[in-house]
Ligand binder design. Structure first.
Ligand SMILES: [Zn+2]
Length: 213
């Protein structure tokens, strides 16, 4: 009775993206899981890659935050964008206290990843948090699983390119840039993104991420 089950799914509220037991409210999370996410406090991540800017993340990559981020990213549950955007917003508030007037530059997905998800999840999560300048483009790169840190850094550098006209507009503004990513791990991607912007003369004093692994 597959058809019946599919039809039922259309009318039942989706399950909470984290605990999967309670029905989700419009936020994609049940009330206790949403409260758990709200209680998260930003953390300062220290990327292993030294050229990466300092990163403030919305919280450690575990529990409700990890579940919600995975469902948002891998299962395209876009209704989670406001909840994850709020987590990102708290990280941004920490950075904005030190770096006023910054613009946000989201780390781009590759075209294949964007197609698979149906949306640009990082740009979506930071919508409404500030002035966004998506001036980077990501070309395909090898799966980072099994790569050494040096190989991972080289792959990230080769993958990220500027979108010339948008980068020129950012340079003309003269405002510092805060990079935005979903999960910070080694910092290789953020270091590569910062290198592209710094080469054009843009200051990149900090980055924010939804979660720190
Ligand atoms: Zn829940």
């Amino acid at each position: 009775m597959r058809l019946t089950e599919d039809a039922r799914d259309l009318f039942l509220p989706a399950a909470c993206a984290s605990c999967r037991s309670a029905p989700a409210a419009g936020s994609g999370l049940c009330a206790p899981c949403a409260a758990d996410l709200l209680a998260r406090r930003p953390v300062l991540a220290t990327p292993a890659v030294r050229t990466a800017p300092p990163v403030v993340a919305g919280g450690p990559y575990d529990g409700v935050l990890a579940e919600a981020l995975n469902e948002f990213k891998e299962r395209s549950r876009r209704e989670l964008a406001p909840a994850l955007g709020a987590v990102l917003g708290r990280a941004l508030a920490v950075v904005a206290a030190e770096v006023p007037d910054a613009v946000l530059v989201p780390v781009p997905p590759t075209r294949a990843a964007r197609r698979a998800r149906g949306f640009d999840h990082v740009a979506t999560a930071c919508a409404g948090l500030g002035d966004r300048y998506p001036c980077l483009r990501a070309r395909p790169r090898p799966d980072s699983v099994g790569l050494t840190p040096a190989e991972r850094a080289a792959a990230a550098r080769q993958s990220l390119h500027p979108v010339p006209r948008r980068l020129a507009a950012l340079v003309a503004l003269g405002r510092p840039a805060v990079l935005v990513d979903d999960i910070v791990t080694t910092g290789a991607t953020l270091a590569a993104a910062a290198a592209v912007l710094r080469a054009a003369g843009v200051r990149v004093p900090a980055a924010i991420a939804i979660a720190a692994a």
